[in-house]
Design a protein around this ligand. Structure first.
Ligand code: GLN
Length: 326
């Protein structure tokens, strides 16, 4: 990157370059175990970032809607931490990375709780305690929170929701396991229904960039200034995103990119550069671990270009700051 161009042309050029370089990569497979997801064209590829000043930069299909899927998990976790406090939440779900697949039927040995809130078991535990606390209004509260983080009113994709309900036996099994373990008290069906709904919220890469920017802004959306999450909830959430957000690909991700992130089987990915910006990406083909492949590569490219890794020799993002100053 050269320093002679203003921020409003350098960042778009960087994203457009990554889009052009990576869009033809043929690897990965669109998720089909939820039948409604299989229809997504594999060549869609959207990139967006929103800075802590509210500047939105985008490339490719950054406004194409898709379902948030597991990218919902950090945001319900943050909501639960805000509403119920760390002790209640920690009793229901741990903060340990797990070496198994995201939908594994396992609990932390000897603890009767899921390993972490970024895998299905943990997210269903969080849904269960939110449903315990909020009753039938729980989904409205989740949708309002996600909308505030995105800075616009989001909606539910009914077709994907129905498809999850029809085929989500494994998630139902997890919900029953968790209820039997006493993690939450509502019927298992109510907990897993909230989980299916939160996963079926429709977003774009721009929305994920804004939601990431809200976490980067310690809970405040940089464009609307709406205070969505508290400081402590954000700190715990970013911590588990860093260690567990990319499932069993998490260790590799931290070495290569080095910022908290979360992926989803709908092809979405959010990454957070603390205090500086949110990154939102969308690319349906997934790698073996269930992470959107081109989005991972694009984040790696961004991190390299802008010096985003937490343990950069200089301060993380130091190459971004001059661009933002213009
Ligand atoms: N709704 C999906 C499921 O439960 C979410 C999984 C994901 O995005 N990794 O299987």
């Amino acid at each position: 990157m050269t320093d002679s161009q203003p921020a409003d042309s350098q960042l778009p050029r960087l994203l457009a370059g990554l889009h052009e370089r990576l869009r033809k990569i043929p690897d990965g497979a669109v998720a089909s175990y939820i039948p409604a997801l299989a229809a997504m064209p594999p060549d869609l590829f959207g990139l967006a970032l929103q800075t802590s000043q509210g500047l939105l930069v985008e490339a490719g299909e950054s406004r194409h809607p898709f379902t948030i899927q597991s990218v919902s998990k950090p945001f319900t976790y943050a909501l639960a931490l805000d509403l119920l406090g760390r002790d209640r939440v920690r009793a229901a779900v741990g903060v340990q990375p797990m070496a198994e697949a995201f939908n594994a039927l396992v609990l932390e040995p000897g603890r009767n709780r899921p390993f972490n809130p970024m895998v299905n078991a943990g997210a269903i535990a969080v849904a269960g305690i939110l449903r315990d606390a909020l009753g039938a209004n729980a989904f409205d509260r989740v949708l309002a929170t996600f909308s505030a983080a995105a800075g616009r009113a989001l909606t539910l994709d009914q077709a994907v929701y129905r498809s999850e309900v029809e085929t989500g036996e494994r998630n139902r099994a997890l919900a029953h396991l968790l209820r039997a373990a006493g993690v939450f008290h509502v019927p298992a069906e109510q907990a897993v229904d909230l989980y299916f709904r939160q996963c079926s919220i429709q977003v774009t890469a721009c929305d994920l960039a804004a939601m990431g920017a809200t976490l980067a802004g310690v809970g405040t959306n940089p464009a609307t200034r709406s205070e969505v999450f508290g400081v402590e909830a954000v700190r715990d959430t970013l911590s588990v995103m860093l260690t567990c957000g990319l499932y069993d690909g998490a260790g590799d991700w931290v070495c290569r990119v080095g910022v908290p992130a979360k992926s989803g089987v709908g092809g979405g990915l959010v990454a957070v550069v603390n205090r500086l910006m949110g990154i939102g990406m969308f690319s349906p083909p997934l790698d073996q671990a269930g992470n959107p492949l081109r989005a991972l590569l694009a984040c790696e490219g961004l991190a390299e270009e802008l010096g985003l890794h937490l343990f950069e020799a200089s301060n993380p993002g130091s190459r971004l700051l001059p661009l933002l100053a213009g």
